[in-house]
Design a protein around this ligand. Structure first.
Ligand SMILES: Nc1ncnc2c1ncn2[C@@H]1O[C@H](COP(=O)(O)OP(=O)(O)OP(=O)(O)O)[C@@H](O)[C@H]1O
Ligand SMILES: [Mg+2]
Length: 281
């Protein structure tokens, strides 16, 4: 049994360890259930740990502070109503502010961790994780790649440097990324190799051509002959599925009417500073 404090259920039968697989890539065509899945994952992250498999909400003694970038200004951006300041970005300027904030918190966390024993990590110390969710990566990245003014170039440089820093140092600090994009393949998604290399979880939502799944997961992995619907995905998890088949699953959360209520409960104890040096005893 997986008794990790950082367990996010992907379905009733298997889960993602958000401390071990610190970065996640979520792909799939329009309307396949990516953002919806992210909201369900966010509820679980924000209310860690979660021992009762029958409930989406955990007991919340190790809550994950949540940060988001959502240029589509959709469901995820609405979380601004529930989150502290500098947590939600819908344009380039705000995205840099959120990323800078997240990165600074990460460096403060790393400093805290260094004061414990050699080789300590956030998860070994039972500290809360911090997560940044970037919805619509391709559109976001494209926005940063365009523009030739000095201000554009400055934002572009900072975007790339911050993403690089967070993906390199996030694991020890317990600072993770969930990157959502229609296309998450290594070659043509524009997702930097630093993010790709640290991605321990890859999900591909919805029905697609085999060639499309191949782009996501590569040629070494077996893809079962199963047709996926909205809210269903194939999962590759580092160390779990790396040598065999990707696992099909149905995202557990389907209660659209009640989600705002659940998000409100899940995000009740968000704080920037308090959780940097907090340990579950
Ligand atoms: N797990 C689920 N259970 C029930 N309904 C779902 C589920 N996932 C998605 N849906 C339905 O499908 C719709 C589209 O899902 P979602 O917005 O998550 O897609 P998406 O992949 O983010 O699409 P886009 O690329 O357009 O942003 C949702 O509004 C919801 O009605
Ligand atoms: Mg979406």
């Amino acid at each position: 049994m997986n008794t990790s404090l950082y367990k996010v259920a992907l379905s009733k039968s298997f889960s993602w360890d958000a401390a071990k697989q610190i970065n996640a890539l979520v792909g799939g065509t329009r309307g396949s259930g990516k953002s919806f899945f992210a909201l369900g994952a966010l509820v679980q992250l924000a209310s860690f740990p979660r021992f009762d498999e029958s409930k989406l909400l955990g007991i919340g003694t190790l809550p994950t502070p949540i940060f988001t970038i959502d240029f589509k200004n959709s469901d995820i951006a609405r979380l601004g109503e529930l989150l502290p300041k500098k947590r939600v970005a819908v344009n380039k300027k705000e995205a840099i502010a959120v990323l800078t904030h997240f990165d600074q918190l990460m460096h403060r966390r790393l400093k805290v961790i260094r004061d414990y024993s050699f080789g300590a990590t956030a998860s070994k110390l039972k500290m809360p994780l911090y997560y940044l969710i970037i919805d619509e990566w391709s559109a976001t990245n494209a926005a940063f790649m365009s523009g030739m003014t000095k201000a554009d170039k400055d934002l572009r440089y900072r975007w790339q440097a911050l993403i690089q820093d967070i993906s390199m140092l996030g694991r020890a600090a317990g600072f993770g990324l969930i990157v959502i994009s229609q296309q998450i393949s290594v070659t043509n998604s524009g997702i930097s190799s630093a993010v790709q290399e640290e991605a321990g979880l890859k999900l591909h939502f919805g029905d697609a051509e085999m060639s499309s799944y191949r782009l996501t997961f590569g040629n070494e992995v077996q893809i079962p002959d199963v047709q996926l619907n909205v809210g269903e995905a194939f999962a590759w998890i580092e160390g779990v599925t790396s040598s065999g088949y990707v696992i099909p699953f149905a995202a557990p959360y389907g209660d659209a009417a009640n989600i705002w209520n659940i998000l409100t409960q899940a995000l009740a104890s968000q704080d920037d500073d308090y959780y940097l040096d907090y340990r579950l005893r």
